[in-house]
Design a protein around this ligand. Structure first.
Ligand code: NAG
Ligand code: NAG
Ligand code: NAG
Ligand code: NAG
Ligand code: NAG
Ligand code: ZN
Length: 512
C-alpha cells in the first residue's frame, strides 16, 4: 500500500458523498490498486458486478512485487532464532505472516468476515546425521527421514528384517543385542510404522532401503506421526540396500556407525479463513494457499506466491458485487503434512461441507523455470466438477496462447482433504523439483531451499497465474450455473472420507 495515494483518494471519496454525480464518476473506471485499503469503502450496493473478462486485468506486477518484498522481510525476522530467513510454523516469520494477512483483511472488514482456527502440528528438524561403515566411510545415498527423533552416536549390528517390517510378527522371532539397527525394505506400510515397530522390538535405529532398482537417489520421506517407540531412521537407495544385505550375509556382526542430531516438537499454529460477507452462502467458491514455508528458507515461491496471489485477488474483489460467497483460505502446516487443510475439512459439518461447491489450490505460482501446470483431475476418480475446473484452467491458458502441461493430481498439496471429502477440487502450479519438459532443467532450483527468495520468482508466470486465479474467482463468484451440483449422495461422500483415495504418501519432502 502506498500511503500517498491512500490519503489522496480518501479525500476524493469524502467529497463524493457531497456530490453524488462525481461520486459515481469517480468509481466508473476500475479502481486503482490502493483503493482496496480505503476506509470507509464504497457501499456494497453501489459496486458493479464482477466481470470475469475484465477483472483479471486489474492485477498488476507492482503489487505482487511489493507484497513479495514484505513477505521476505517478514521471513528475515526468523534470522535470530533460525540463522536465516524462514516462515516455518512456529517461527517468528510464520507468526508475522499470519499477522500480515490479518492486517490486510482488517482493512477490508466491511467486505470480509475473518476467522482464525488454531491447531497443533508436529515440527521437526534434523540438524545433522551420519551413517558410516565402520572404516569411517559414509554410506552412499543416506538421507534422514523428517520427524526422526535423535540418537547419540553408536556402532550397531545391522539386522535384516524379514518381509517388510510392517507387523509385530516380522520382529518377534529375532534375537538382538541392545545396539542393533534394523534394515527394512520400503513398501506395504508407512515408513513411520516400520520405525515404530522396530523401536518397540528393541532396535535403536532403522535403515530403510528403496524397493525401486531404478531410483538411485535414496529415499526422502517422513515418519509422519512419531510415537514413543519411533526411532531414528535413515533411508538409502535400492543398490545400497543390496550391498548392506550382502554385508550381513558375509558377516553376521556387520555393523554401521549411526548418529542423528534432531528434534521433534508439537507446535501450535493457525489457519486463516476469510469469507466475503456477500454472495450466496449455500454456494461457496473456496480457494487456498499455504502460509508456511519449510525451515530451510523463506518460501517466497513456495508458497509465498500463492499467499500473495490470494491477498491480491481478495483486495481487488472487494471492489465488486458478487453472486456467490467466496472463501479465501490460508493454510498453515502444509509442509508438515497438509495438516491445516486436513484439520479444516475434517472439522466441517456435513452441512458446511455441502455448501462448498469447489476448492481451488494455488501452491507455487512463480517458479523460475516455470511451466503452466494444471492438475490432471477428472470426474471419475475425483468428485464431480473437478474436471470442469481443470478445463477452466486449460481454456484460459489456451485462449491466451500459452502452453500448459497436465501434472498428476496425486496428493502433494492442500486439495487432498477436499477431494477425499467429496468436494470438487483442482488447481495450477508452476513447478517444484521436477524437470521442465521444454528445456530439461529443473523447474524451481530453489525448491525448499534458502534461495527461495524474491529473486527466485518468475514475474511473467506470477502475473499470468495470479490473473488466472482472479479469473477463476470472478468466474465462479459471478456464476456457478454451468458448474455441476455437488453430489448429494452422502454415503459416497462418507465412504470416500473413511477410505481416502489420495493419502499423501512418500512424505513431507514430496509436499509442495
Ligand atoms: C520490485 O520492487 C523493488 C523495490 O521497489 C524494485 O527494486 C524491483 O525492481 C521490483 N521488481 C519488479 C519485478 O518489479
Ligand atoms: C537474514 O539472514 C540472511 C542470510 O541467511 C541475510 O542475507 C539477511 O541479510 C539477514 N537479514 C537480516 C535483517 O538480518
Ligand atoms: C562418517 O562419515 C562422515 C562423512 O564421510 C565423516 O565426516 C565422519 O567423520 C564419519 N564419522 C565417523 C565416526 O566415522
Ligand atoms: C508451445 O509448444 C509448442 C510445441 O512444443 C512450441 O512450438 C511453441 O513455441 C510453444 N509456445 C509457447 C508460447 O511457448
Ligand atoms: C450412493 O453411493 C453409494 C456408494 O457409492 C451407492 O452404493 C448408492 O447406490 C448411491 N445411492 C444413490 C441414491 O445414488
Ligand atoms: Zn507449497
Amino acid at each position: 500500500m502506498r500511503i500517498s495515494t491512500l490519503v489522496a483518494t480518501s479525500i476524493g471519496c469524502a467529497q463524493a458523498f457531497v456530490l453524488p454525480q462525481a461520486f459515481f464518476d469517480a468509481f466508473a473506471a476500475p479502481a486503482p490498486v490502493a483503493d482496496a485499503s480505503l476506509w470507509p469503502h464504497k457501499p456494497y450496493f453501489l459496486k458493479h458486478n464482477v466481470d470475469p473478462d475484465t477483472f483479471p486485468d486489474e492485477i498488476q506486477l507492482e503489487e505482487l512485487n511489493a507484497t513479495a518484498l514484505d513477505l521476505y522481510h517478514i521471513a528475515e525476522s526468523s534470522n535470530g532464532t533460525y540463522g536465516h530467513p524462514t516462515r516455518v510454523i512456529g517461527s517468528p516469520g510464520h507468526w508475522k505472516t499470519l499477522g500480515y494477512i490479518l492486517h490486510q483483511f482488517d482493512q477490508m472488514r466491511d467486505y470480509y468476515d475473518v476467522t482464525v482456527q488454531s491447531f497443533k502440528a508436529l515440527n521437526g528438524k534434523v540438524s545433522h546425521y551420519d551413517l558410516n561403515y565402520t572404516n569411517g566411510e559414509a554410506v552412499p545415498s543416506a538421507q534422514a527421514f523428517s520427524l526422526s527423533p535423535p540418537v547419540e552416536p553408536f556402532v550397531g549390528t545391522l539386522v535384516e528384517i524379514p518381509n517388510l517390517g510392517c507387523s509385530d510378527a516380522d520382529f518377534e522371532a529375532l534375537e538382538i543385542s541392545k545396539d542393533s539397527i534394523a534394515l527394512i525394505e520400503r513398501g506395504e506400510c508407512p515408513f513411520g510404522q516400520k520405525s515404530t515397530l522396530a523401536g518397540k522390538h528393541g532396535f535403536k535405529a532403522v535403515v530403510i532401503y528403496d524397493n525401486d532398482p531404478k531410483s538411485k537417489k535414496g529415499i526422502s520421506g517422513t515418519l509422519e506421526k512419531p510415537t514413543k517407540h519411533t526411532v531414528s531412521t535413515i533411508g538409502v537407495s535400492f543398490a545400497v540396500g543390496q550391498k548392506l544385505i550382502a554385508g550381513i550375509e558375509l558377516d553376521p556382526e556387520f555393523s554401521l556407525f549411526f548418529y542423528m542430531d534432531s528434534f521433534v516438537k508439537k507446535v501450535k499454529t493457525k489457519n486463516i479463513i476469510a469469507d466475503t460477507k456477500h454472495g450466496d452462502p449455500d454456494n461457496i467458491v473456496a480457494l487456498g494457499a499455504h502460509t508456511d514455508s519449510v525451515a530451510a528458507g523463506p518460501g517466497i515461491n513456495d508458497d509465498g506466491s500463492g499467499t500473495i496471489s490470494l491477498l491480491t485477488v481478495a483486495k481487488h474483489l472487494s471492489d465488486y458485487k458478487i453472486n456467490n460467497k467466496v472463501r479465501f483460505a490460508f493454510w498453515a502446516a502444509e509442509e508438515e503434512g497438509l495438516v491445516g487443510s486436513n484439520y479444516y475439512v475434517e472439522k466441517l459439518s456435513p452441512e458446511e461441507n455441502q455448501k462448498i461447491r469447489l476448492f481451488m489450490d494455488y501452491d507455487m505460482m512463480a517458479s523460475p523455470n516455470y511451466q503452466f501446470q494444471v492438475y490432471d483431475a477428472n470426474n471419475i476418480d475425483n468428485p464431480r466438477g473437478s474436471e470442469e475446473l481443470k478445463n477452466l484452467y486449460i481454456d484460459y491458458y489456451t485462449s491466451h496462447g500459452l502452453n500448459y502441461t497436465l501434472i498428476p493430481f496425486d496428493g502433494r498439496s492442500d486439495y487432498v482433504a477436499f477431494i477425499n471429502h467429496g468436494i470438487p477440487g483442482g488447481g495450477i502450479a508452476a513447478g517444484a523439483e521436477g524437470i521442465n519438459t521444454d528445456n530439461g532443467k529443473v523447474l524451481d532450483r530453489c525448491y525448499h531451499e534458502l534461495c527461495d527468495d524474491v529473486n527466485n520468482l518468475n514475474w511473467e508466470a506470477f502475473l499470468t497465474n495470479t490473473q488466472l486465479i482472479a479469473y477463476s474467482v470472478a468466474n465462479y463468484a459471478h456464476s456457478l450455473k454451468e458448474f455441476p451440483e455437488r453430489e448429494t449422495n452422502t454415503s459416497s461422500v462418507l465412504s470416500s472420507a473413511s477410505a481416502p483415495k489420495y493419502p499423501y504418501k512418500g512424505g513431507a519432502n514430496l509436499l509442495l
